[in-house]
Design a protein around this ligand. Structure first.
Ligand SMILES: [Zn+2]
Length: 586
């Protein structure tokens, strides 16, 4: 039987869904339209689809999956021009979706100095000295990655950097991009004097010594302001760097991401220029769903209009912006996450929300009236509680809205608020990489709060949808944070990866199954992106975004999951990453 006749018979006996997918598929060559361009056979396909969780073969044509099933069925879709890849029983999954990252803003840092977050102060100073020596032409030295708590309550000081670089500004962001460490030349360039006022005293401020002089430790908004003023990021740096980051994400099997926002303030035209440049050069080998966010409390009245403008202006083939991002508090390490209790040893400081509950309700209700998705940064139990209240009000005001709601990070949640995520259909978005034993965070919170860190399983059991992402470049693990594989192991063990002896982050009962973590990196993340009809599972008619792994993460020892290598990443039907064969052979 000719391929043509075989395919005709297949169509006659196949489901309506398959026929529809084929009919709607645009092909260059009609004569070959019933066979695939690329077929994966002898695979262990975990589809993340409830109808058919496991399969042996996948056939794709163009950018679309046209067959999922057994070898027999696949053979009917294979023609002379079909490239057939025998996967040797390797695991094939939907391409991973990073539900919260800053790949474009992170691109700005791809060529910057990256400090080892878990290093010592001496090592950081030495790394700054080395970077200065390697970048003598740079007018400003810029880096990131230190852990502020390593310096104790005083924080990092300008004198430490002055001793090695005093002739030009040096600005280093902390691991969470919530603080900066500057030398005296940078403070001079920023014109920070004894008279400079703090934008939000106690939250966004310049740390000062007993004489009122800035020490070189800049917190929250002042850190971002310093980056803007010193112009450490240009469009060309971002375009070059984002291309590098997308390649790294592809190498970890990531084929789509939610862009949780530019870290520096970018106007809509500069963002468009960056994304269009990447798309035109073919470097955007990943789908991107983006967001716009208010930078200050005053912008609460205009934030939704701005997000609407971004939604209208920022549309490419592989990217679009549809989300209002609201940063509502800080971090536990910075003691800026909004809690119901004071931080340990800091009477009167229970953290701050950026917006009042009324302002949150105003923004979120307005977004709901425009069917705009909402993504709120809230780590502290009080910020989370107020955000849920605001979402409840928005749901009541606009019950038919298409808006989808996510609260990101969700570090500390009260017992009473756990079931509200499911009741209000609010996604809990988080980063499993952070769920190993947190000796730093532990000292700032009560024992009761520490027992309520990262309540993933409680949320799942209550019926909430969980989505996972890297928060790169704020992951705290450099580009390794971009690996969903490493994240999956840590969400499963709540320990350092590869360390069965390491302490488990309480509560141990919050460990998730590997299946749940995969869902959070695939179909549930696709739901958050409002793209679950197109991506997130391996089903006929969906986009051909796939990843092949070199071991079965459902079968291997939990502490070996992080060793899993990505063999192949396919996006829109194209191979966008392929491991060096010598690396993957036994
Ligand atoms: Zn983030």
């Amino acid at each position: 039987m000719s391929d043509h006749a075989r395919s005709r018979r297949f169509i006659a006996t196949s489901t309506v869904l398959v026929a529809l997918a084929i009919a709607s598929c645009s092909t260059k060559d009609n004569a070959a339209s019933e066979t695939g361009d690329l077929a994966f056979v002898n695979a262990r396909v975990y589809t993340v689809s409830e109808q058919l969780p496991w399969a042996d073969a996948v056939v794709i044509r163009g950018d679309t999956i046209i067959y999922v099933g057994n070898e027999d069925g696949a053979s009917k879709m294979i023609g002379e021009s079909t490239e057939v890849r025998d996967l040797g029983a390797k695991l094939l999954l939907p391409g991973f979706i990073d539900a919260h990252a800053h790949p474009v803003a992170g691109g700005a840092y791809a060529t910057a100095l990256s400090l080892d977050t878990w290093g010592m102060v001496d090592e950081w100073v030495e790394a700054i000295a080395d970077y200065a020596e390697a970048n003598t032409e740079a007018p400003v030295l810029f880096g990131y990655g230190f852990l502020a708590t390593t310096f104790g309550p005083v924080g990092p000081t300008r004198q430490l950097i002055d001793a090695i670089v005093s002739d030009k500004p040096v600005l280093i962001m902390d691991e969470g991009f919530h603080a900066a460490w500057a030398n005296t030349a940078a403070l001079d360039a920023l014109n920070i004097t004894q008279d400079t006022s703090d934008p939000v005293p106690g939250y966004s401020y310049y740390k000062r010594d007993e004489n009122g002089n800035a020490t070189g430790y800049l917190l929250e908004g002042t850190a971002g302001l310093a980056m803007d003023t010193l112009d450490v990021i240009t469009a060309d740096i971002v375009i070059e760097g984002t291309g590098i980051i997308v390649d790294i994400m592809n190498s970890y099997g990531v084929t789509a991401a939610f862009d949780a926002g530019m870290i520096e303030t970018g106007d809509v035209n500069s963002v468009k220029h960056i994304l269009d440049s990447l798309e035109e050069s073919g470097e955007l080998t990943m789908r991107l769903v983006g967001s716009s966010r208010p930078e200050t409390q005053e912008q609460y009245l205009t934030a939704v209009d701005t997000a609407d403008l971004w939604r209208n202006e920022l549309k490419g083939e592989r990217y679009h912006y549809n989300t209002l991002k609201i940063p509502d508090d800080g971090t536990v390490e910075g003691r800026t996450a909004a809690m119901f209790e004071d931080y340990q040893g800091e009477p009167g400081n229970s953290g701050e929300t950026v917006f009042t509950e009324e302002q949150m309700t105003h923004m979120i209700t307005d977004a709901a009236s425009r069917d705009m998705d909402v993504h709120v940064h809230a780590l502290g139990e009080r910020a989370i509680h107020e955000t849920l209240n605001a979402i409840e009000a928005a749901r009541e005001a606009h019950p038919d809205s298409e808006t989808r709601y996510a609260i990101c990070h969700v570090q500390v949640i009260t017992d009473q608020d756990v079931p509200r995520f499911a009741q209000l259909d609010v996604m809990a978005q988080s980063t499993p990489l952070w769920s190993s034993y947190d000796t730093y965070g532990e000292q700032f919170v009560s024992e009761d709060q520490f027992q309520r860190f990262w309540r993933f399983k409680s949320l799942e059991d209550a019926g909430a949808r969980l989505t996972f992402g890297s928060d790169f470049p704020a992951s705290g693990a450099g580009t390794l944070g971009l690996s969903p594989i490493v994240q999956i192991e840590m969400g499963h063990t709540r320990q350092e990866f590869g360390a069965p002896e390491a302490p488990v982050q309480p509560r141990e009962s919050e460990r998730l199954s590997v299946e749940s973590l995969v869902r959070g990196f695939t179909i549930d993340a696709a739901y958050q992106l409002h793209m679950e009809d197109e991506i997130g599972s391996i089903e006929v008619g969906k986009k051909a975004d796939l990843v092949v792994l070199d071991q079965d993460i459902f079968e291997v020892d939990a502490y070996d999951i992080h060793k899993t290598g990505v063999v192949l990443t396919v996006m829109d039907g194209d191979v966008v990453y392929e491991a060096d064969i010598t690396e993957t052979e036994e």
